[in-house]
Design a protein around this ligand. Structure first.
Ligand SMILES: [Zn+2]
Length: 67
């Protein structure tokens, strides 16, 4: 009864495959679509910063500006 292969089940472990999280708003990003991404170097480690939209990218760029 608990397992229904025809049901709309979304296993938690499977969601990571096609989604990532916006750096600014923590919203889900559909990685099958184009989305803006930037790289940031922290302690000589390159980190990817994905964004759900240009607006979140702009917010992040302002927040990370040291000027
Ligand atoms: Zn966002």
């Amino acid at each position: 009864m608990a397992q229904d292969p025809t049901g709309d089940q979304r296993p938690p472990n499977h969601q990571r495959a096609h989604t990532t999280v916006c750096t600014t708003c923590r919203g889900r990003i559909d990685t099958t679509q184009w989305y803006p991404i930037r790289t940031e170097v922290i302690d000589e480690t390159v980190r990817l910063r994905p964004f759900c939209c240009d607006r979140c990218l702009a917010v992040w760029e302002v927040e990370t500006s040291t000027e």
